[in-house]
Design a protein around this ligand. Structure first.
Ligand code: WT7
Length: 632
């Protein structure tokens, strides 16, 4: 198989973080905890679920009807009760829940748990006044502002299913997602700020709701109060007007553990993006547990996850996980290099951040600009560092460990996916860390590296990363397409296949190497070749397109596109710019190819499938491997 490869395991190098940062951690002793889980998985998860408040207890912890699982069956809850009420009606009422920071120091807003609770209740009442009911889908298309979180929690409060779409997506991508879920309401902002410039979002929404007949209302947060954008009263409502005069209480809807909480789209290898469905009960337990035990969250921590809630990382570890734990969270609408390369370190010093969670692509960007930037700031508040989205290569690990963590903070390199909902593999705090290796399955998870028949491969031999048993926060289905869901569990007998290639060392530490399919992880964001290709061929000049990921020192991968032009069109710089612009307008800036090459033909199988790996091998000057199926 294509994933037959061996990795030379150099003499193992393990790092031990300082005891000061790891003693008495929630994680405790890894082996002991893992054994506790293995001895009785249901009891293990049940004990965690009991740390949260339920309206009614479950009948059964886990119901496994391969490949469909239910967790905490017939349990009744509302996740916002656990994110808000549980703290507001206990000791955390006046504790800071979120501190928001815009691009400049004078833009700061702070919400205590009580204030957040009231804002969520008022907005939830506002949504109800628009006719939003339990089970309705609501699309949220906003930048990182408190209102984005308020909108998410308000949906959850009343049982509406939110679909957050990252603000960097363009018209076609947004339209596809709105139609995909049949959203009744779209919540948007007029603009997002990036490097000092206001980038309009509302104009994108206006175009994206054309041919989206399910949409009844658009709620618009108008950020620039000095020159508010005009609203079209037949459809559009002002965010703040909708909240105004609403009662500060809104009874939380009683949700079944298996009711959907949200849908979040992720790219697929073929066809349309997949609407990953997560449910109320299991997702709550999984994100609560991992935030507490992987990051070791305490009451006096200041927690900062740099991910936008438009991605799963922002959902699980920017919003739900930390709030379930009653943490104080920093959120920032801040690009890492604006106004200068020190802005993030400045924020850590200013807010006294203790737990910091970011992506390798950001770390590599900071490596490039130099350690003098973090050295200007006092980062001694930091206690735990996290990484997610793509492999944290040993050089980046070393830099992060040295220059940000002062060789004291543990680094948790967390491997997981939109589909898994929560962390799956990492090195739990206190355990020795091996640079380049995410680590071992967390207690609660059984992971392995196997061949295509599901047999474990020996250390040093590459294979596919799989999960063996269901877990509470696993996706339940793909919205409107359960067949596509079943594929995850049918590729390798008895296992959930993550489609990642990995290798284990002699101690069971797992190194994740990359995707085994046609997804490209660009700067930690999952992009499907199919989406970019279809955006390209929707341009009048393009007959055919093939897209590959090309390794990049900074972003992990960049997108390279090969296109065949329609007769009569000539390759030119102008045309390339036009194609780039076209992708920007349809999919958004995150999906832009960094290179577009005009070609006369594409390598295809006899059945007409484009052989991307042949293109990739050629691009990288490597042997393309087996090309027996290649047509001429
Ligand atoms: C894919 C999932 C989960 C949040 C961010 C991305 C890659 C994720 C790691 C890691 C190596 C990683 C995998 C995975 N990935 N974390 N720590 N080490 N690779 O979520 O968009 O669903 O992408 O991201 O390839 O399959 P996603």
């Amino acid at each position: 198989m294509a994933e037959d490869f061996n990795v030379k395991l150099d003499t193992a190098m393990y790092y031990t973080p300082s005891e000061e940062c790891t003693k008495d951690s929630w994680a405790g002793d890894y082996n002991q905890r893992y054994q506790e889980f293995v001895a009785d998985p249901a009891a293990y998860w049940e004990k965690i679920a009991r740390e949260l408040e339920w309206y009614e207890e479950w009948d059964q912890v886990r119901e496994w009807n391969y490949p469909h699982a239910k967790w905490f069956t017939n349990g009744k809850l509302n996740i916002t009760h656990n994110c808000l009420d549980r703290h507001v009606f206990n000791q955390r009422r006046n504790k800071v829940a979120i501190m928001w920071r815009g691009e400049t120091a004078d833009e700061e807003r702070i919400f205590t748990y009580k204030q957040l609770y009231q804002a969520v209740c008022r907005f939830a009442n506002g949504l109800k006044s628009l006719g939003v009911e339990k089970g309705d889908r609501v699309c949220i298309y906003m930048p990182v502002v408190p209102e984005q979180i308020i909108a998410m929690l308000a949906c959850a409060r009343i049982g509406a299913i939110h679909t957050v779409v990252f603000g960097g997506f363009g018209v076609a991508a947004l339209n596809q997602r709105i139609r995909g879920v049949g959203a009744k309401v779209v919540i948007a902002a007029d603009v997002t700020f990036r490097r000092g410039k206001a980038i309009p979002l509302k104009t994108i929404v206006e175009e994206a709701v054309v041919n989206a007949p399910s949409v009844e209302r658009i709620v618009v947060l108008r950020r620039d109060e000095t020159k508010p954008v005009e609203l079209h009263p037949e459809m559009e409502v002002d965010f703040n007007d909708l909240m105004e005069n609403q009662p500060r209480e809104c009874a939380a809807e009683t949700m079944d553990a298996e009711d959907p909480l949200f849908i979040l789209f992720t790219s697929g290898t073929t066809g349309e993006p997949k609407g990953i469905v997560h449910t109320c009960g299991g997702y709550m337990v999984g994100t609560y547990y991992t935030t507490k035990y992987v990051f070791d969250v305490r009451d006096n921590d200041v927690y900062w996850c740099t991910a936008d809630p438009g991605w799963i990382t922002g959902h699980s570890y920017g919003v739900y996980g930390p709030l379930l734990n009653g943490a104080t969270c920093l959120i920032a609408e801040a690009t890492p290099d604006f106004p200068d390369n020190g802005v993030w370190w400045n924020l850590i010093e200013e807010y006294g951040v203790t737990i910091f969670y970011t992506a390798p692509t950001a770390i590599r960007m900071f490596m490039r600009v130099g350690a003098e930037w973090p050295q200007k700031y006092n980062l001694s508040s930091l206690r735990v560092l996290g990484s997610v989205g793509e492999p944290l290569n040993p050089e980046a690990f070393e830099w992060y460990y040295q220059h940000i963590g002062n060789r004291e903070c543990p680094i948790v390199d967390t491997w997981w996916q939109t589909e898994t909902g929560m962390h799956m593999i990492t090195t739990m705090i206190g355990e020795p860390m091996r640079p380049g290796f995410a680590g071992k399955p967390i207690p609660g998870i059984i992971a392995d590296v196997v061949d295509k028949d599901g047999n474990p491969v020996p250390p040093g031999t590459g294979g596919l990363l799989v999960i063996r048993e269901p877990w509470p926060s696993m996706m339940r289905t793909i919205w409107g397409n359960d067949e596509r869901y079943q594929k995850y569990w049918n590729t390798i007998p008895g296992c959930y296949t993550a489609a990642d290639l990995a290798v284990k060392d002699e101690n069971g530490y797992i190194m994740v190497i990359g995707r085994s399919d046609d997804l490209i992880v660009v700067a930690g964001h999952n992009i499907g070749t199919a989406e970019v290709e279809s955006a390209l061929v929707s341009h009048e000049a393009v007959a055919e397109a093939a897209v590959i990921g090309k390794p990049d020192a900074m972003k992990g991968n960049v997108i390279k596109a090969f296109v065949i032009l329609i007769e009569g069109y000539q390759a030119s710089e102008k045309l390339i710019n036009e194609l780039t612009y076209h992708v920007r307008m349809t999919l958004g800036p995150i999906a832009i190819p960094s290179e577009i090459e005009v070609v006369d033909a594409l390598p295809k199988t006899r059945s007409g499938k484009i052989m991307r790996r042949v293109l990739k091998a050629r691009e990288m000057g490597m042997d393309p491997g087996d090309i027996s199926t290649l047509e001429d």
